[in-house]
Design a protein. Structure first.
Length: 458
């Protein structure tokens, strides 16, 4: 049997659930392995009648929200067919499409790895790392609740290394592509002998599947019982925290009985409660360099939308920006909406043509963040898409319209966490420009003060 198996096909499909029509192998090879009992097929959409009405379920993304299905006259099967809108960007899944997954002897992974990170963990990091390794051995979920800049990624190195040495397959998933892009070079440096793959919208899947996967949570729609452990980084971030199918995707992607761990500075009350009942929690309220989190200062900025709509930059914002540029301090300015961001970009270009803007759908988002990191531009205007997953030494942060609902307490804590992360630059400015102080603003300030004093949730 082993001689007849296409090893590349097995490597590609192990742990994956894939649209048959999009797989990079010939249909003859797929048919041959189906006949050998190595590949299982399943309809893309399952439908059944309940209480007199037809209901649907997507077998890729686990969607069962009837509002996210469309039924149409299918030219392929010549019948009434249904497709799922929830995962449409990954290729249309319909009733007459086949999904395939590997059921034969799975791909095995190497136990020969190196950990090439020679930094020193703080006592708080060491304790969390040991506790996480213990949870891996027990197969129970774990929450690492660690403040922004505490060195959460470094805490994961040793637990991941131990798993790799056992030939285990590991995934680090995050809701935001920026987090994946930030982690990828760091993980490649730390594990130089490990096969690593970064998956996000627009990335390519190699023919052979990697042992350590970095992925946006959307990419986990394409996995099924693939991983021995999943670490969900920034588990409280949008859209993961609000989309049930993304949460189901994580559970579908991990092997039965294997643990899912969570790492974030701002866990939800529900996540903390769940971990107290079913898992463990490690809490770190110190940044790795020992300096406190930056406490926000509140500055009124009346009629900022009116000014920007008239192509005028509010004076306080102009002075703040010019001060940063005079001091050669990189900066991030957060806006509540893309519309306001794009109007402001035109005005900022008159201040300095190098100032750029990014948002979730911006085609040059990745490149512009790199320009800021490489000190080739003075600053970026952004939406909450950069509230986490980005580290820029000495960056200064301003929030425009901090009173708007998009800036909830967690978002403001995360945004403030961009400032003072570097041991060389542990201080900085974190200003909330507003038209009235909100509960979220007060809550974020109180939370940061509590964390600085060593507070932990009861």
């Amino acid at each position: 049997m082993e001689e007849t198996i296409n090893q590349e096909l097995r490597s590609f499909l192990t742990g994956r659930i894939w649209l048959r029509m999009h797989i990079p192998f010939s249909q003859e090879q797929i048919d041959e392995h189906i006949q050998l009992g190595l590949i299982e097929t399943i309809s893309g959409i399952s439908s059944k009648r309940r209480m007199g009405r037809l209901t649907h379920h997507c077998n890729r993304c686990e969607n069962d929200d009837e509002l996210k299905f469309v039924t149409f006259n299918c030219a392929k099967c010549k019948k009434r067919c249904t497709y799922c809108r929830n995962c449409l960007k990954m290729g249309r899944v319909t009733t007459c499409n086949e999904l395939i997954y590997w059921i034969g002897e799975p791909q095995t992974y190497s136990s020969n790895h190196d950990l090439s990170w020679y930094g020193t963990l703080t006592p708080y990091q060491q304790k969390a790392s040991r506790e996480l390794q213990s949870s891996n051995k027990l197969g129970i979920p774990h929450l690492v609740h660690a403040v922004c800049g505490s060195g959460k990624t470094e805490i994961l190195f040793e637990p991941i290394f131990k798993l790799l040495l056992e030939g285990k397959r590991v995934c680090i998933a995050a809701p935001r592509v920026d987090v994946v892009l930030e982690l990828e070079p760091r993980l490649r440096r730390a594990f130089p002998k490990t096969s690593i793959e970064a998956l996000y919208g627009g990335s390519e899947s190699p023919m052979r599947s990697a042992q350590l996967i970095l992925a946006t949570t959307h990419q986990l729609y394409r996995f099924k019982q693939a991983f021995d452990v999943i670490f969900v980084d920034e588990a409280d971030a949008f859209p993961y925290k609000t989309e049930l199918t993304l949460q189901r995707a994580v559970q579908k992607a991990v092997k039965q009985g294997a643990p899912v761990h969570f790492i974030t500075a701002t866990p939800s009350d529900q996540l903390v409660s769940d971990m107290k009942k079913n898992g463990r929690i490690s809490f770190i309220n110190h940044r790795y360099h020992g300096k406190p989190l930056l406490v926000p200062r509140f500055e009124p900025l009346w009629n900022y939308e009116k000014h920007i709509n008239k192509n005028i930059l509010p004076k306080k914002l102009l002075v703040w920006t010019q001060t940063r540029m005079e001091r050669k301090e990189p900066f991030l300015i957060f806006f509540p909406t893309i519309a306001l961001l794009e109007k402001a970009e035109v005005i900022f270009e008159k201040v300095d043509s190098r100032i750029a803007a990014v948002h979730a759908d911006h085609p040059q988002r990745k490149e512009r963040v790199e320009l800021l990191r490489d000190k080739k531009i003075p600053g970026l205007l952004t939406t909450t898409i950069l509230e986490r997953g980005i580290t820029i030494p000495n960056v200064q942060v301003a929030v425009i319209g901090a009173e708007q609902s998009i800036f909830d307490k967690g978002a403001l804590v995360q945004i403030g966490g961009r400032v003072g992360r570097s041991a060389q630059y542990p201080a900085g400015d974190f200003v909330l420009f507003h038209q009235g102080i909100t509960y979220a603003m007060d809550g974020a300030k109180s939370e940061i003060l509590r964390l600085n004093k060593g507070g932990v949730r009861a």
